[in-house]
Design a protein around this ligand. Structure first.
Ligand SMILES: C[S@@+](CC[C@H](N)C(=O)[O-])C[C@H]1O[C@@H](n2cnc3c(N)ncnc32)[C@H](O)[C@@H]1O
Length: 254
């Protein structure tokens, strides 16, 4: 599939992405849902946000947060994920989206009748984006070895996509990430205090910086998180950096 292009309008992106699902047998249904959702986006709010961040966007890399201004592309990504997780067919449920960014996943949950809580740190850009989608962001910071607060009861599905909360910031030092114990604490807290059973936890990791080799940045998914998940019976894709736990009953992650 093509990559995002935050400089284009909604109409241009809808036209460009029409052909990108040629291989998908559910193409028509997905495009129908995409058009229905996108019709609810406040486009003047989005144009204003694009204008506000235009200068910073020009200087930033294609991988920067401004890519999320391509709401058509990122909504489509989350529609495909929602289908992978069965959200399009399941009865209404409660979803927690951790590190929700602009709230594209809660946005998609709405069309399928699910109630989603999107948590993230305070951030004016993502707040602006979520406002364009009509999504509420709840400010909750994820921290190593710290349980999440109660968010009005348990969830049937917990997601965290393109995870960034596992990077430890110590002053200006970057490139320090969660240890095995930190991942274990996080998953046990979710399983013990946030997830209903039966329930699902879906994580999509971001690649961690692993220094430079021959002048190139090396990046890789957390070996600790992938190994811990595999050892505890999750479905793991080392290639995509995804982890999917299905909990039939409450159990400990060891
Ligand atoms: C790469 S973005 C992914 C956004 C979204 N999950 C998506 O897939 O569109 C990472 C997000 O994690 C959030 N984040 C970073 N550190 C966090 C923390 N300690 N607690 C909660 N959210 C955090 C960022 O603010 C950002 O919204």
């Amino acid at each position: 599939m093509q990559d995002s292009d935050p400089t284009k309008t909604i109409a241009e992106r809808l036209a460009a992405l029409q052909g990108s699902l040629r291989w998908n047998p559910r193409r028509e249904e997905i495009l129908h849902d995409l058009r229905e959702l996108i019709a609810t986006v406040d486009e003047s709010c989005l144009d204003a946000l694009r204008g506000q961040y235009a200068e910073r966007m020009q200087k930033a890399s294609a991988a920067s947060r401004y890519k999320y201004l391509d709401v058509v592309f990122h909504t489509l990504q989350k529609l495909l994920l929602a289908r992978e997780l069965g959200l399009h067919a399941n009865p209404p449920c409660r979803v927690l989206d951790i590190g929700t960014g602009g709230g594209h996943l809660p946005f998609v949950c709405r069309i399928y009748g699910h109630q989603a809580v999107g948590i993230d740190v305070k951030d004016a850009f993502y707040d602006g984006l979520a406002a364009c989608l009509g999504v509420q962001r709840t400010v909750v910071r994820v921290e190593a070895q710290t349980p999440l607060p109660d968010m009005g009861g348990r969830f049937d599905l917990i997601t965290a996509c393109d995870i960034a909360f596992n990077e430890k910031r110590e002053g200006k030092t970057r490139g320090l990430y969660w240890s095995l114990e930190d991942w274990q604490f996080f998953l046990n807290d979710l399983a013990a205090n946030q997830l209903r059973t039966p329930g699902t936890i879906y994580l999509k990791l971001n690649k961690e910086a692993r220094g430079r080799l021959l002048g190139l940045d090396r990046r890789a998914y957390s070996r600790e998180a992938l190994a811990l998940a595999a050892r505890n019976g999750a479905t793991v894709s080392r290639w995509r950096g995804t982890i999917r736990f299905t909990f039939a009953a409450r159990r400990e992650i060891r």
